[in-house]
Design a protein around this ligand. Structure first.
Ligand code: URP
Ligand code: ZN
Ligand code: ZN
Length: 448
């Protein structure tokens, strides 16, 4: 057995000073455990022991805009594990003309045999038709309980199609997330900027103002109300959008909300960095104002945000972002973060959030909402041995040159982080130690 000794466990009943034993891939015991001969002992003195962190929003090995994300499942999950994440929920993406069942098989193959942490898939439904609808029961059988639709990009569905997806999911109790931006408005605003000769990265946020997000959040909430279904708002970035969510909740709707660390730490002044540097921050929705940051942080503290994910979608600055050198609309959208989310969250919130809050936002709630609880998201006897031992005394500085993410920059470059994952177990196997992967590829497909 593997015994984690002397740590403070973050359990569903609260903080517990106890030891934890792992047998094979399962948590075998929690309590005062005396190691027997042959047991491996891991000292967690001074550390918090969390159920492994779950990143509920990543894009690995995804083709977009004629290129493919810099991180595939090997480097992406290696980086995730190094940073304390034991499970990612990536987006299997149905391209136009493809079936959702084939899309799932394609993404499972991309991840197979090379994943350092566990991998589950949401299905991004991008071609809604009779066949897609008919395939939903089989997709559910194959372990997919969560879905995403886009209101922007060439992957967007119409409002009517989104309503039909919501209605089709009702018998399965599946949950639908939505990329809430009004795509038609974005296209017009981009055209208007380019017509004025505005080609640099700093025009990106001005083509996607807060209203574009808030209007889409409002519309998605009402579509959920029409269908009588809960909804999941992904990567919320604005105060205006948050106000729409509050209004929907006030009307009695169940609205789950995800936000990401970049929207609570980095503001839109980054787009005005010299030269083309602003391209590093081109993601959608874009970084926002200091007032938006304040509102999102207050919402986290007030318990209004359910999950914190990364929307990790990495493109190298030198080789990929550069495609938009003369036209900001051609910069591949997305930013890296899969390796740094737990540390960045603790940097942003420090002691104003308790370990139980970090657990809720980054492990328990994603596990509950995406159908993995209590196998994941809880330190309980019988749960999967996905465990993150977090050392708050290990202060370190983020450097792209030293990270695992396969990309040539990080938006968190040079920032000091207040703690780091000392041991990361994936299915009971040590996947990373003090930020360094062990090389073990113990990740499995999580059939939900
Ligand atoms: O810019 C981003 N976030 N790209 C990833 C795709 C998405 O919208 O989630
Ligand atoms: Zn999105
Ligand atoms: Zn995304």
């Amino acid at each position: 057995m593997k015994i984690i000794k002397n740590g403070i466990l973050i359990t569903p009943e609260g903080e517990k000073r106890a030891d934890l034993a792992i047998k094979d891939s399962i948590i075998a015991e929690i309590g005062d455990i005396s190691p027997a001969d042959g047991d491996e002992v891991y000292d967690a003195g001074g550390c918090y022991v969390y159920p492994g962190f779950i990143d509920g929003h990543t894009h690995l090995d995804l083709e977009v805009a004629g290129t493919v994300t810099a991180d595939d499942f090997e480097s992406g999950t290696r980086a995730a594990a190094a940073g304390g994440t034991t499970c990612v929920v990536d987006f299997a993406t149905q391209y136009k003309g493809d079936t959702i069942l084939n899309a799932l098989e394609t993404w499972k193959k991309k991840a197979e045999g090379k994943s350092h942490c566990n991998v589950a898939f949401h299905m991004a439904v991008c071609d809604w038709n009779e066949k897609t609808k008919a395939d939903l029961p089989a997709l559910r059988e194959a372990g997919v309980t969560s879905f995403k639709v886009y209101m922007a990009y060439d992957t967007a569905l119409t409002d009517n199609e989104i309503l039909e997806v919501l209605e089709a999911l009702r018998p399965f109790g599946g949950i639908l997330g939505c990329h809430c931006e009004n795509g038609a408005l974005v296209t017009e605003l981009q055209k208007a900027q380019l017509a004025e000769g505005h080609t640099e990265p700093r025009w990106h946020p001005l083509s996607r103002p807060a209203e574009v997000e808030a209007e889409a959040v409002n519309r998605f909430c009402y579509l959920g109300a029409l269908a009588g279904m809960p909804v999941n708002i992904v990567h919320l970035s604005t105060k205006l959008g948050l106000e729409e969510i509050r209004a929907a909740r006030k009307r009695g709707q169940t609205v789950y909300v995800e936000s990401c660390p970049q929207y609570m730490l980095l503001d839109d002044s980054n787009y005005s960095r010299p030269g083309f540097e602003g391209a590093k921050y081109v993601c959608s929705p874009p970084l926002r104002s200091k007032e938006d940051i304040r509102a999102l942080k207050e919402a986290v503290l007030a318990g209004e945000i359910d999950t914190i994910a990364t929307d990790h979608c990495s493109f190298s600055y030198a080789g990929q972002k550069i495609a938009g050198k003369d036209d900001f609309t051609k910069i591949p959208n997305g930013a890296p973060g899969i390796e740094h989310r737990p540390a960045v969250m603790m940097k942003i919130f420090g002691d104003s959030l308790k370990p139980a809050d970090y657990c809720r936002l980054m492990s328990e709630n994603p596990a509950r909402i995406f159908g993995m609880y209590p196998k994941k998201g809880a330190l309980l006897t019988g749960s999967d041995a996905d465990i993150t031992v977090w050392d708050p005394a290990d202060v370190w500085t983020v450097r792209a040159a030293e990270m695992q993410q396969n990309v040539d920059y990080t938006p968190f470059e040079g920032m000091e982080m207040p703690g780091r994952a000392k041991y990361v177990f994936v299915n009971g196997i040590l996947a990373a130690e003090c930020g360094r992967p062990t090389g073990a590829t113990a990740g499995r497909y999580v059939c939900r």
